[in-house]
Design a protein. Structure first.
Length: 266
């Protein structure tokens, strides 16, 4: 069975490789897909958004996610099954919540903090190796979810909240959520949120960030504007984003998570 991994571990240390080794030691037939290990350190909400966006493009399987600033505390480690048959494994800090919502909700959840599948002794700082990877591997190898830990009511699981866009002064007040390595900034606006805003494809859009105003074009793709020009577009996950063709919009506009971006037709 497929096992996907999403973490904030990066690639400079041994963490990812050790998690791979633990999974393969338990289930030599596991097919491991690294979604990313480039989530910003401790950025639980960013990890939750990326997991939500990417899981629909992954085969149904076991999906292990670790962005865990509270490792070693009393926060739970959990495994759950979604309505579409996926198994999610990770810390109970909201990291899994947007994904399970996208996948139809939670059918069953268990607390795997003291799972019989964990490695012993358990490190206080590397639950990715000692709890999440081995639990995920056992489940991928066919172990029953109910046997992986103690029953947990789905309503008790932690969830993250995303800010909501709002219509104001003839435009939309959005929020930057995630920035990729190209400096493109994803916003909390989908196609339906644009209804009634006056923002139309090919038209001008005035952006206001931190009191500064910028002129962009609502375009389909980067090449619809000249290099160095600003654009607003619908990204690969069907939400609105801000970019500079062959430039870095996040740096130029000083965008970071939760910064307000006001969009008005121009």
């Amino acid at each position: 069975m497929i096992v996907t991994l999403l973490t904030d571990y990066g690639r400079d240390d041994d963490f990812v490789g050790v998690c791979h080794g633990v999974i393969r030691s338990i289930d030599p037939d596991a097919q491991i897909v690294d979604i990313t290990h480039g989530i910003r350190r401790y950025a639980v909400r960013e990890g939750a958004i990326v997991l939500r966006n990417t899981l629909p493009y992954m085969p149904v399987g076991v999906h292990v996610a670790v962005v865990d600033p509270q490792v070693g505390t009393e926060r739970r480690a959990v495994a759950l099954r979604t309505a579409d048959g996926r198994i999610l494994v990770g810390p109970d800090n909201g990291l899994l919540s947007l994904a399970w919502q996208r996948c139809g909700g939670v059918e069953m959840a268990v607390d795997v903090t003291r799972s019989p599948h964990r490695l012993e002794p358990v490190s206080a700082t590397f639950h990715g190796r000692d709890i999440f990877a081995p639990v995920g591997a056992r489940l991928a190898a066919g172990a029953e979810l109910a046997d992986a830990g103690d029953p947990l009511e789905p309503e008790a699981l932690a969830a993250v909240d995303l800010p909501a866009p709002r219509h104001e002064d003839g435009g939309i007040v959005a929020h930057a959520l995630v920035m990729d390595r190209f400096g493109n900034a994803g916003l909390n606006v989908d196609h339906d949120d644009l209804a009634g805003s006056g923002i139309t494809l090919g038209g001008g859009v005035e952006l206001e960030v931190g009191g500064e105003r910028y002129l962009a074009t609502y375009a389909q793709t980067f090449a619809d504007v000249k290099p160095g020009e600003l654009l607003v577009y619908q990204d690969a996950y069907r939400t609105l984003a801000v970019a500079i063709n062959r430039g870095d919009a996040a740096a130029t506009l000083a965008l970071r998570p939760d910064v307000e971006v006001r969009l008005r037709p121009k």
